[in-house]
Structures are given as C-alpha cells and as structure tokens.
Design a protein. Structure first.
Length: 183
C-alpha cells in the first residue's frame, strides 16, 4: 500500500505541475492573441492551441480532484451515518467510479483510434492525440480511485473512520452545530 500511495503522490505531484505549466502557457497564448488582434490581426493557431491545452487541463485536473476527494458529491445521507457506514458508502462510490472510468477509457480508446487519421484545422496535429486526453484522464482517475478504495477498505478492516471533515455551509461548521467533533 505504501508503494501505491507513493506512486499516487508522485503522479499527483507531476500532474499538478503539468497543469500549472499548461495554465501558464495558455495564459501567454491567449494574451498574445489579444495583443496581436489589437496590433495587426489574429494568430490563427492560438485559439486552437489554447483549446487543446484547456482540454488536457480538465482531464488531468479531474484526476487531482479524485485523489483529494474534491469532486462534487451528495453527502447528506453519508454524513448522517456513523464512521463505518460512511466508509462503506465511500467504498461503493469508489467501485462505481471505477466502472465509469473503465467505460470512459474503453470508449476514449475507440475515439482515439477513429480520429487518429484526422488532423486539426490549423495546427495539423492528429486529433487522436487530442482525444487521448480522455484516456489519460481516465487512467489517472482510475489510479487515484484505486488508492482511495484501498485506503477505505483498509480503514474499514481496521475499524478506523475516514478522516472526512464535516462540511461547512456559509461559514458554519455543520459538525460543531450538530455536536460532533470536527477533524
């Protein structure tokens, strides 16, 4: 488990830095597009490049969100359960997410295969490479979900509750308002 956690942390670290680099590059490209549009005319490649960088950032960022459990969720029922019940809900949720990510990877690979011969209008890059962002994001989300799933199963087996903080609504600590301790 330690090796898998370490691998997940390394992958997450690298993904976060790639996202930061893509964000910086995208900002520069869009800024240049605005400047050139004011001065002499637009850069034909800038909009397409910015779009592809944004697509990769979305799929890479989704894996970071999975690892940190930051994705939107309906937690009302799960938060009413005791620690073990919450952990069971987490396990079921992780298993369902793995199924969804497997479907995303499967159909993403089909899309990559079909679009590999198409080229983008301006940059002339094979579209299969752009659609590979779907597959890459799916693989990374699977990795992060497996780590979360193993952690939840281990916590259930050892009797530990997940370290989930009580949600806060408009600055009010819901756990404290209900008399529970916040972590």
């Amino acid at each position: 488990m330690r090796v898998l956690n370490k691998l997940s942390d390394i992958v997450n670290f690298l993904v976060e830095h790639v996202i930061a680099i893509l964000m910086g590059l995208m900002t520069v490209v869009v800024f240049l597009q605005v400047v050139f549009r004011l001065i002499s005319g637009s850069l034909p490649w800038s909009e397409e490049l910015a779009r592809y960088m944004m697509i990769f950032m979305v799929y890479l960022g989704a894996s970071v969100g999975v690892r940190k459990k930051n994705h939107i969720a309906i937690e009302f029922v799960a938060n009413q359960l005791p620690g073990k019940g919450r952990t069971v809900v987490d396990i079921i949720s992780d298993l369902l997410m793995l199924v969804v990510f497997a479907v995303i990877i499967h159909f993403g690979l089909n899309v990559v295969r079909v679009t590999m011969m198409q080229k983008s209008p301006v940059l002339r890059v094979r579209m299969g490479y752009m659609y590979f962002s779907i597959v890459l994001g799916g693989i990374l989300m699977c990795l992060q979900t497996v780590v979360n799933l193993i952690t939840s199963v281990r916590n259930l087996a050892t009797g530990q509750a997940d370290s989930i903080e009580a949600p806060s609504v408009v600055g009010v600590d819901v756990g404290a308002a209900e008399g529970r301790e916040g972590n």
